[in-house]
Write a protein that binds this ligand. Structure first.
Ligand SMILES: C[S@@+](CC[C@H](N)C(=O)[O-])C[C@H]1O[C@@H](n2cnc3c(N)ncnc32)[C@H](O)[C@@H]1O
Length: 448
């Protein structure tokens, strides 16, 4: 009979995985260790085995990495919300830039220049979060998942959430514990705008009148909008007594803009880094006055409106009809309707080819022309099958590609290279400090 592995074992950490885990070899098989850095010897306690992989907690024993720092968060490394609290911030940036470089090397795309990694925040940056709720005996937990498990972390505060959202955790836990049926609350989503915060309460059963009263009291005392969610997002409803779900808003002061969004809609989670991202993207595009720029995967107009404010004609395209309605409303609110046109389209579906997207007659913003520049900010899977067709027209001179996945970014960079575009500059911008998330911005220009 095969000998069972001991639960605890001393191992040597050789590298850091893309998920921020220390990589070790134990009995000739990989072991992934949290709270462990390359070069360190750690006592590894195996917590989970799945699909031939083993995952462990690490207690450093010797040869501590000079890049190790004391975690500012007492919930690290158990809480899976973050995985790099033990790594010096400058090294976090290097790790992310290195991962991007590896991906570009994999596909054989060389960038002419690399941006200095940009990271303007460390903690307290996160304006959006989806948190699990669990009732354990008398106790209610509201938090991120624990790493290597489905349990919910025991949090009283979270250092990456904005102070305002973090401060909601203790009263939320108390409130749910006092409800007549705490187990009916399955999940809480939080969102913060510049002046108001909101929570979406996903509940599995009809709430009793007294429970609704408790939520109303919570909403008033915490000055937070509470939105009930009995099923999917299309079921969202205000608390009884409130006439409607109110949008939140954030400003992009540099461009004199204020954008509204509903809490469930996509917005960049880190307000300061979002403004930095817009600044860099606009800097790449240069003088956009009277030029047609297509903003693909435009959401609520996060890039479209700054571009329009700078004098571009902007065509924003996106799959979500609600996001497009909000983008159009944002253009109206900011006096930019004459420069913006927004369309709903599933950009992954053929035939969303260039002609189908911007070949339409009768749109005064597009006026029959093809864009000279694109902004592409897709989901993790990348730009999709239609990318090649969007870039064939030689009127198109440059592309700013914003990505949350270095792997799909690199794959698309290769396609753009084949289509005749050089990667003039690339780099990471750190939207999620203390986590292993890598966000990339690349500037492609048509080769002479
Ligand atoms: C990373 S977000 C970027 C949003 C926006 N650029 C911003 O900065 O807030 C990606 C966007 O792609 C949209 N999206 C997802 N799948 C899509 C598809 N198949 N076609 C078009 N848009 C899609 C999402 O609704 C989301 O708004």
């Amino acid at each position: 009979m095969a000998k069972k592995l001991p639960i605890e074992q001393e191992v040597q950490i050789d590298a850091l995985s893309k998920d921020g885990l220390g990589a070790a070899i134990l009995n000739e098989r990989p072991l992934w260790v949290r709270n462990a850095l390359p070069g360190e010897r750690v006592q590894a306690r195996i917590l989970k085995r799945r699909g031939g992989q083993r995952y462990a907690d690490g207690q450093p024993l010797s040869d501590l990495s000079r890049n190790r720092v004391t975690s500012a968060c007492q919930h690290f490394p158990r809480c899976a919300g973050c995985n790099l609290h033990h790594l010096a911030y400058s090294e976090q940036l290097q790790l992310k830039q290195g991962r991007l470089a590896q991906e570009l090397q994999r596909v054989g795309v060389a960038a002419a220049g690399w941006r200095t990694p940009s990271g303007l925040t460390r903690l307290g940056y996160r304006r959006k979060a989806r948190l699990g709720v669990r009732v354990v005996g008398e106790q209610v937990l509201v938090g991120f998942r624990e790493s290597f498990s489905n349990r919910v972390a025991r949090l009283d505060a979270c250092m990456t959430l904005t102070p305002r959202l973090s401060a909601l955790l203790p009263p939320l836990k108390r409130l749910i514990a006092h409800l007549s049926q705490p187990r009916t609350i399955a999940q809480i989503e939080m969102a913060e705008g510049d002046s108001e915060a909101a929570i979406l309460v996903r509940h599995l059963d009809v709430l009793t009148e007294s429970d609704i009263e408790q939520w109303q009291h919570f909403s008033n005392s915490q000055e937070v909008q509470v939105i009930l969610q009995p099923a999917g997002y299309d079921s969202l409803q205000p608390l009884p007594g409130q006439s409607s779900v109110r949008p939140l808003s954030y400003s992009i002061a540099e461009h004199g803009l204020s954008l509204q969004f509903y809490p469930q809609q996509f917005t960049q989670v880190n307000a300061l880094m979002n403004r930095e991202l817009i600044r860099v993207a606009m800097g790449y595009l240069g003088d956009v006055r009277e030029r047609l720029v297509a903003d693909l995967f435009c959401g609520i107009g996060n890039f479209s409106l700054p571009l329009a404010r700078q004098g571009a004609r902007v065509l924003g395209i996106e799959a979500s009809a609600e996001a497009i309605a909000m983008a159009a409303a944002n253009a109206r609110r900011n006096g930019l309707t004459d420069r913006c046109s927004f369309r709903v389209a599933d950009l992954y579906r053929a035939p969303t080819t260039a002609d189908a997207l911007w070949g339409s007659v009768g749109d005064p913003v597009v006026s029959g022309s093809a864009p000279e520049a694109l902004i592409i900010d897709p989901p993790r899977s990348g730009a999709g099958v239609n990318l090649d067709s969007w870039v064939v027209n030689r009127v198109l001179q440059q592309i700013v590609y914003v990505s949350c996945n270095p792997q799909s970014f690199a794959d698309d960079a290769l396609r753009l290279q084949h289509a005749g575009f050089d990667l003039r500059e690339v780099g990471i911008y750190d939207m999620f400090p203390q986590t292993a998330h890598v966000e990339t911005i690349g500037h492609f220009v048509r080769a002479p």
